[in-house]
Write a protein that binds this ligand. Structure first.
Ligand SMILES: Nc1ncnc2c1ncn2[C@@H]1O[C@H](COP(=O)(O)OP(=O)(O)OP(=O)(O)O)[C@@H](O)[C@H]1O
Ligand SMILES: [Mg+2]
Length: 484
């Protein structure tokens, strides 16, 4: 299975976010632990000094009155507390205290177990006796060799003065385990925040990945459709880069198609122009021979005919290529359909053809219809289908032009009495350069007319269709213009 760019992005995002959140949480927890330890130490320094002061006051005859110290500490330890410190409740005082003489021998211990021991080499006692700040962190129970963090305690000492000299050391002891509830409490909060942070950023990550994969998905669909030759519309994407890419692809497509058109146009032009050019050459060669003036006139007319044909072809191609490149209308105006039809049918060249072939044009226009359109273009569209009808209907027959309206469209229909569109041609009639020979002259057109009509109708959001008439000879061409 291949991962899409969106999924890959999301996975990367997920990994990075988890790593950052984990790292920060870990570091913050460490700092919180340290901060709580430091705050506790501060309080212990104060307590130790206060008690050392009390001990100093109780020196009688060069001895500390340990009995008095014992009573003091004992009644302190037996106090019942009910201190609610945020979410932790403290029930008993649990500070331990020991006192050494100036040789570092323990002369008083609140637990009793340390009494008589030589503590002169423990950091707390050692440093304090030398006038420095003394503290240590070691096992709460001296018999434990390798204590775990929970089995440790903080020892903070203060000097006991007598006659301005250091007389002994008082050490306060706080088990690390006592601080644990506070640390756990803070860690719990930090972890909660971390989870929220993680979820929120994950949500953003998912959103970003979704936007990216939606953009790429649209582009892929678009380009796939293009490569299949389907008539795909460039996707609308909000992401700047993607929408620029889509626009670039669209431009490329238009350019390429344009090039294809130009090539095709040039090819047919060359091909179509060859016939009149050869004709002109042959006729001109004939003209070099001696001949009667009637003959000469005939040949000159031939040349003029060929010239006219070339001129027409060039004009139509230019027109078509111009309109193929347009993607919107320019001069939209309100057009009366009846006037439009009359103008087209009665234009001099068309009128000539109609009369010459004895065609009777019948109109069915019951009331006034108007469309919004670009006049020159709809005239050309209508002219093309009327010309087809004139070309394909037999002499002395009828061409009908009917205008009607549905809920949504104004409909112009042009029908004739010819043979209609043969089965094999049905799919080709809207292709460029498809043309069949006219029944009475045997000549072909350029095969550009309906293509032109289709393009014009597209520009007007309308449609064109050409079908055989129902139960009758002939074809019917239908133009539909939207009403709105
Ligand atoms: N009224 C009709 N009756 C029968 N066939 C038709 C009719 N109108 C169009 N066709 C078919 O559709 C083809 C394409 O029409 P189109 O107008 O595009 O080209 P054309 O008339 O052959 O050439 P041009 O219009 O460029 O001079 C025609 O050649 C013909 O085969
Ligand atoms: Mg035509």
């Amino acid at each position: 299975m291949k991962l899409t760019i969106g999924v890959k992005l999301f996975i990367t995002y997920f990994v990075i976010t988890s790593a950052i959140v984990w790292f920060v949480t870990d570091k913050v927890s460490l700092r919180v632990t340290k901060g709580i330890d430091e705050a506790a130490e501060d309080v212990m320094v104060d307590t130790a000094n206060l008690l050392a002061q009390v001990a100093g006051e109780n020196i009688i005859d060069g001895h500390i009155n340990t009995d008095k110290m014992h009573n003091l500490v004992d009644s302190y330890l037996n106090r019942e507390l009910n201190a609610k410190i945020y979410s932790v409740t403290k029930n008993n005082p649990n500070l331990q205290v020991y006192i050494t003489n100036k040789n570092g021998i323990v002369i008083y211990d609140s637990t009793g177990i340390r009494k008589g021991k030589d503590y002169s080499l423990w950091n707390d006692v050692y440093d304090t006796l030398r006038g420095r700040y003394g503290k240590r962190s070691s096992a709460i129970d001296p018999s434990i060799k390798n204590p775990s963090p929970e089995q440790k305690a903080m020892y903070v000492s203060a000097p006991i003065y007598h006659n301005k000299e250091i007389f002994g050391v008082l050490t306060t002891i706080k088990p690390t385990a006592d601080l644990k509830p506070y640390i756990m409490e803070q860690k719990k909060h930090i972890e909660e925040y971390a989870i929220y942070l993680f979820l929120v950023s994950l949500l953003f990550g998912a959103g970003a990945s979704f936007v990216v994969s939606r953009g790429t998905g649209k582009l892929v669909k678009y380009t796939t459709a293009l490569s299949k030759g389907e008539n795909a519309v460039a996707p609308k994407i909000r992401q700047v880069e993607f929408s620029e890419l889509a626009r670039a692809i669209e431009k490329l497509r238009v350019d390429l198609e344009g090039r294809e058109y130009v090539e095709e146009y040039i090819n047919t032009m060359a091909h179509e122009l060859r016939t009149p050019i050869t004709g002109i050459k042959a006729t001109a060669e004939n003209l070099l021979m001696p001949m009667s003036s009637a003959q000469r006139e005939h040949f000159v007319n031939n040349i003029l005919d060929a010239n006219k044909r070339m001129d027409m072809l060039v004009n139509r191609l230019l027109n078509l290529s111009r309109i193929e490149r347009r993607d919107q209308l320019e001069n939209i105006e309100k057009i009366d359909v009846k006037t439009l039809i009359k103008d087209v049918v009665q234009s001099p060249s068309r009128k000539g053809n109609i009369t010459r072939r004895g065609i009777n044009v019948q109109y069915t226009i019951e009331r006034k219809f108007t469309i919004k359109a670009e006049k020159l273009l709809v005239e050309q569209a209508l002219a093309n289908i009327v010309d087809n009808a004139i070309d394909f209907t037999p002499i002395n027959s009828i061409i009908g032009i009917k205008v009607s309206e549905s809920n949504t469209h104004v409909i112009i229909q042009v029908y004739d009495q010819g043979k209609g569109v043969p089965e094999h041609a049905r799919k080709q009639i809207f292709r460029r350069f498809f043309s069949s020979s006219r029944p009475d002259t045997g000549k072909r057109g350029n095969g550009l007319g309906l293509r032109f009509v289709k393009k014009i109708m597209n520009l007007h959001n309308g449609t064109v269709s050409l079908k055989n008439r129902f139960m009758e000879d002939g074809a019917v061409a239908t133009l539909k213009f939207p009403i709105k």
